[in-house]
Design a protein around this ligand. Structure first.
Ligand SMILES: CC/C=C\C/C=C\C/C=C\C/C=C\C/C=C\C/C=C\CCCCC(=O)SCCNC(=O)CCNC(=O)[C@H](O)C(C)(C)COP(=O)(O)OP(=O)(O)OC[C@H]1O[C@@H](n2cnc3c(N)ncnc32)[C@H](O)[C@@H]1OP(=O)(O)O
Ligand SMILES: Cc1cc2nc3c(=O)[nH]c(=O)nc-3n(C[C@H](O)[C@H](O)[C@H](O)COP(=O)(O)OP(=O)(O)OC[C@H]3O[C@@H](n4cnc5c(N)ncnc54)[C@H](O)[C@@H]3O)c2cc1C
Length: 627
């Protein structure tokens, strides 16, 4: 079989130990074993099939999502899966759903912003799924501007309660995932009002629905905000709207790790920075960076395997056409994305360490690295999600017409992924946070505090910042330029962390060599893409630029024989890829043809509506012709 033989031949060319590369990609032998076992568990369970998603109505799609969530929970209990294994199972079910926000935001918020007492009360309920929670921060009128939120939480000393209220239409909570139809509780962000004084935004645990009949509690108006981009995609998630009409909650349901309100209505600030109220966003942003490497690697796996199977033009002496992966234009579009997937994987590993480290320091009341953690998570979330969204679209284009079919898996992957550029912080707004951090850092440079990083990349950031800061115009005036410096700073981090990864012990024949090639491809690709920065800041000369480009072409030739093995190292099942073009066996054409007939439109030879609408036209034309 053409495709099968092509991929088998490609795999025989590998110049490195793929099994060892799988361990590098997974992070450890343990995580490889867990992800391999759980991904196959999901792939072999018919309840978790994904191929009908785009053909269901919104209500059927959502009901099926609830069915999958219930089945996933049942399997977690039956198999006594650990928290790590359960997270892997939710990941490989591969369907945005309320569970993600319950486990990924509601629980981390209580852990990060609740007192010990509040954690002891609420976490057992959440872990046992006795309550289902969501993260209700964004409102119809405000998302980026958290300090602009309008929901109020007014302390009533008479009853020792907070009154939660939506004073305006724009104060309606809008977007929270899991809110629309499922969550029984929410962490609600609102303005703390005591004795008519506004103390800014805090988090409050609010019950939304009855645990008996799931009906909204008195004073609560709640629902789904409607269809989103694409047909399947994120429409498995009930992003919701929520309004409060003077809903009362006990005082002890204000999350009080950062600030406390006493029985007398006195506000007491604890010794932790108020920014901990934003802590969940830092946590999710660092997870989103790892998530970006997963999404990009998935698209690259599909496009790489298909590029080795697809032959077009270039008839060779053996009478067969050329594999499109052999065209230099295809390589120059595909291999930087392959390198980026590995780069984002490793920077995601480092960011997870940074997040854990800042949390350990917080336990010891050391808040010194919180600003850097915020800047790094914000900047890298922005950089990696923008590059991944663009990369998935590029992978669709790399697959030609067949990339536009749902059976390629790429349209659905794109539709599910692209909100990542917006949720957890609009990518430009987050880059502006990095710019603020850089301005502070540059202003401290004279104090002997020297930043570290690779020279050319470091020089680019320094020069961009110096140019901008030297002009000394207002921040807003320069913000478009400062965003450029922020991107440069984040790219410096990605390259630096890839280089650091290579300094670790990397076992396996040829594995380190492949990673070095990918690291150089990423660094030279970014240099090529932002050549103007590097030249205008004098970091490199035009001669060096042309040498770098030549080196990039040479590196593509080095990667070419290893490309299939490098994507095999992601160890994705065909179920997870959900792509006829990215099948492990390369059996593309027969499966494309087979999939076509599954479409409901092919249930009948003559389509519904033909007799009613089209046949009369043809008959009328025939009559006209005889007249
Ligand atoms: C397809 C996938 C589906 C499901 C996936 C599965 C699981 C999901 C669950 C978990 C994650 C798992 C994986 C991730 C994958 C996908 C994610 C899945 C779903 C998405 C959910 C999305 C949920 C949301 O969107 S929640 C809402 C997010 N909202 C925002 O991000 C708002 C953005 N705005 C802000 O952050 C701030 O308002 C601001 C920073 C822009 C401005 O702050 P502020 O108004 O206070 O003013 P400043 O003056 O700028 O800041 C004041 C000082 O505070 C410092 N600061 C700011 N922010 C922070 C922070 N976060 N931490 C620390 N410090 C901070 C700032 O630096 C200033 O300090 P200075 O010293 O005064 O300079
Ligand atoms: C799929 C999805 C899921 C979500 N899930 C949740 C959830 O579970 N819980 C939750 O609370 N929220 C959730 N959100 C909301 C999300 O966090 C916000 O949409 C996001 O933070 C962006 O804020 P915004 O919508 O106000 O964008 P805006 O800030 O209104 O952005 C609009 C434009 O204004 C620009 N802009 C804004 N401020 C500035 C500035 N100061 N300088 C320059 N440009 C600026 C932006 O760059 C952008 O181009 C979700 C959103 C989506 C799409």
């Amino acid at each position: 079989m053409a495709g099968f033989d092509d991929l088998a031949s490609e795999r025989s060319k590998a110049q490195f130990d793929v099994e060892e590369m799988k361990v590098i990609w997974a992070g450890s032998r343990h995580t490889l074993e867990v992800s391999d076992r759980i991904s196959r568990l999901v792939a072999n369970d018919p309840v978790f099939r994904k191929d009908t998603r785009t053909m269901l109505s919104r209500k059927d799609l959502f009901k099926n999502t609830l069915r999958k969530a219930a089945h996933a929970w049942k399997r977690i209990i039956e198999l006594r899966l650990s928290e790590e294994e359960a997270a892997e199972l939710r990941f490989y079910v591969d369907e945005p759903a309320f569970m993600d926000l319950h486990w990924g935001m509601f629980i981390p918020t209580i852990k990060g912003q609740g007192t010990e007492e509040q954690q002891q009360k609420w976490l057992p309920l959440a872990y046992k799924m006795k309550i289902i929670g969501c993260y209700a921060q964004t409102e119809l009128g405000h998302g980026s501007n958290v300090q602009g939120l309008e929901t109020t939480a007014t302390f009533d000393p008479q009853t020792d309660e907070f009154i939660i209220h939506s004073p305006t239409l724009t104060s309606s909570k809008w977007w929270p995932g899991g809110l629309g139809k499922v969550s029984t509780h929410a962490v609600v962000y609102g303005r703390l009002i005591i004795d008519s004084k506004d103390y800014g935004v805090n988090g409050f645990i609010v019950q939304l629905r009855s645990l008996d009949d799931h009906l909204p509690l008195p004073g609560i108006t709640i629902g789904d905000i409607g269809m989103k981009f694409g047909s399947g995609a994120y429409n498995t998630m009930d992003n919701g709207v929520l309004r409060f009409d003077h809903v009362r909650i006990p005082r002890d349901q204000m999350l009080m790790r950062v600030s406390q309100v006493t029985r007398e209505g006195k506000l007491v600030q604890s010794n932790v920075p108020w920014q901990l109220v934003y802590g969940t966003m830092v946590y999710v942003r660092q997870k989103i960076v790892s998530d970006a490497s997963c999404a990009l690697s998935r698209a690259v796996c599909i496009a790489t395997r298909y590029s080795a199977v697809r032959r077009q033009f270039g008839l060779q002496s053996n009478g067969i056409e050329t594999q499109v992966i052999d065209y230099k234009t295809q390589q120059s579009r595909l291999f930087p994305l392959l390198a980026s997937a590995y780069a984002f994987r490793f920077v995601g590993e480092w960011l997870k360490w940074l997040y854990m480290d800042v949390n350990q320091r917080l336990q010891a009341s050391d808040f010194s690295t919180l600003p850097e953690a915020h800047a790094c998570t914000a900047g890298l979330k922005s950089l990696t999600t923008s590059a991944t969204a663009d990369g998935i679209e590029e992978c669709r284009k790399l697959c030609g017409g067949h990339g536009y079919l749902c059976s390629s898996g790429l349209p659905e992957l794109f539709a599910v992924y692209i909100p990542a550029c917006t949720y957890e912080g609009d990518n430009i707004v987050l880059l502006l946070q990095v710019a603020r951090f850089l301005i502070k850092t540059v202003s401290q440079l004279g104090s002997g505090k020297e930043p570290v990083g690779t020279t050319v990349y470091m020089g680019r950031v320094e020069q961009l910042m110096q140019c901008h800061c030297a002009v000394q115009k207002g921040f807003l005036e320069l913000s478009a330029d400062l965003v450029q410096a922020a991107v440069a700073h984040c790219q410096l981090i990605v390259v630096s962390k890839f280089i650091e990864k290579l300094q670790q012990d990397i076992p396996g024949k040829g594995v380190k060599g492949q990673l070095e090639a990918l690291c150089n491809i990423y660094a030279l690709f970014i240099l090529h893409k932002h050549l103007g920065d590097f030249l205008s800041t004098g970091c490199i000369t035009p001669k060096q630029a042309s040498l770098a480009n030549a080196q990039l072409r040479s590196l593509y030739s080095q990667v070419r024989p290893n490309a299939i093995a490098l994507v095999d190292a992601f160890n994705y099942t065909d179920h997870y890829l959900s792509s006829v073009l990215g099948r492990y066996d390369g059996n593309v054409y027969p499966k494309l043809y087979e999939e076509a007939w599954k479409d409901p439109l092919n249930d009948s030879v003559v389509p519904d509506g033909y007799q009613e609408y089209i046949q009369p036209i043809l008959k009328q034309q025939l009559r006209n012709a005889r007249l």
